[in-house]
Design a protein around this ligand. Structure first.
Ligand code: BEZ
Ligand code: FE
Length: 285
């Protein structure tokens, strides 16, 4: 293992890791070396560019904390998160499509009864959200757990600007798989772009926006947990989502509703938007 050069070094590194005992670790290590070396051969970085790359990754790591995961943002904005999602969710025909989880889910989210209002005092256009959770045969899934979270009408999540949780909640669907709750309309928003990922986006001439959406995570015993969003027709960023998460089947429209008795029997003295989406879970593998 001496006098290695541009042409011989890759095989030598592959040889060095060929004894990795765990087969999956060996496969991953070998692929990483092959692709990394091919990348370097393709771009032929200067020493200064190599240092810039190391500095970028170092700062990406240093930006990470309990409430900020810059490496996931990097994965999201390079399309890697959606590629991993696609590979892991080759769902049967008919199941609701998945999309990115995102960094704004909170484990300690509040639980609400059906019909509860998760806006917790945040101002905005009232939004009535409802849907039915079914299996791929069309049978309602009784008592499915439905989690939802979204931004306010200026595109901020509670955890970004507020001292209390809002616009997020956990519900238990009824015996017919139905759920419904109240909140306020979200808005398109920029992903956190004050770190290395934001720098990268600017260098690539890209905007940091995601189209308006409501997140859902739906689970039930015996089914794959569904992580997805519902997007709104007409949003200006549907065709340029910075994290590549939009799927046609997840886009729907609000229904404009006038003051009066809402579907859950609530008397509304203001107009409101109704967002209805039915979800289909695939059976656990
Ligand atoms: C989100 O939708 O919450 C999100 C997803 C990926 C990156 C940033 C935010
Ligand atoms: Fe989001």
């Amino acid at each position: 293992m001496r006098d290695l050069d541009e042409t011989s070094i890759t095989d030598e590194v592959l040889q060095a890791i060929s004894g990795t005992p765990d087969p999956r670790t060996r496969q991953i290590s070998e692929a990483l070396v092959r692709h990394l070396h091919a990348f370097i051969r393709e771009i032929e970085p200067t020493q200064a560019e190599w240092e810039m790359g190391i500095d970028f990754l170092t700062r990406t790591g240093k930006m990470c904390s309990d409430v900020r995961q810059e490496f996931i943002l990097l994965s999201d904005t390079l399309g890697v998160s959606m590629l991993v999602d696609a590979i892991n969710h080759r769902h049967p025909e008919g199941a609701t499509e998945t999309t990115v989880f995102g960094p704004f889910f909170v484990e300690q989210r509040p639980e609400y009864p059906l019909g509860g209002n998760i806006s917790e005092g945040v101002e905005g256009k009232p939004m009535y959200v409802s849907g039915v959770v079914r299996d791929t045969a069309g049978k309602p899934i009784a008592h499915a757990t439905v989690d939802s979270w979204h931004s306010d009408d200026e595109g901020h999540y509670d955890v970004q600007i507020r001292d209390h949780l809002a616009m997020r909640g956990k519900f238990r669907a009824d015996e017919k798989g139905r759920f419904w709750f109240w909140s306020v309309r979200p808005k398109f928003y920029p992903i956190p772009d004050d770190g290395p990922v934001g720098e990268m986006l600017r260098m690539q001439g890209r905007h940091p926006f995601r189209p308006e959406h409501v997140h859902f995570m739906i689970s039930a015993q015996g089914y794959e947990t569904l992580v997805t969003h519902v997007f709104i027709e007409g949003d200006r960023y549907l065709d340029s989502d910075v994290v590549f998460g939009v799927k046609n089947s997840l886009i729907t429209n609000y229904k404009e509703c006038q003051p009066g008795i809402a579907p859950d029997g609530k008397q509304m003295d203001r107009s409101y938007l109704a967002l209805h989406y039915d979800f289909v879970l695939s059976a656990e593998k």
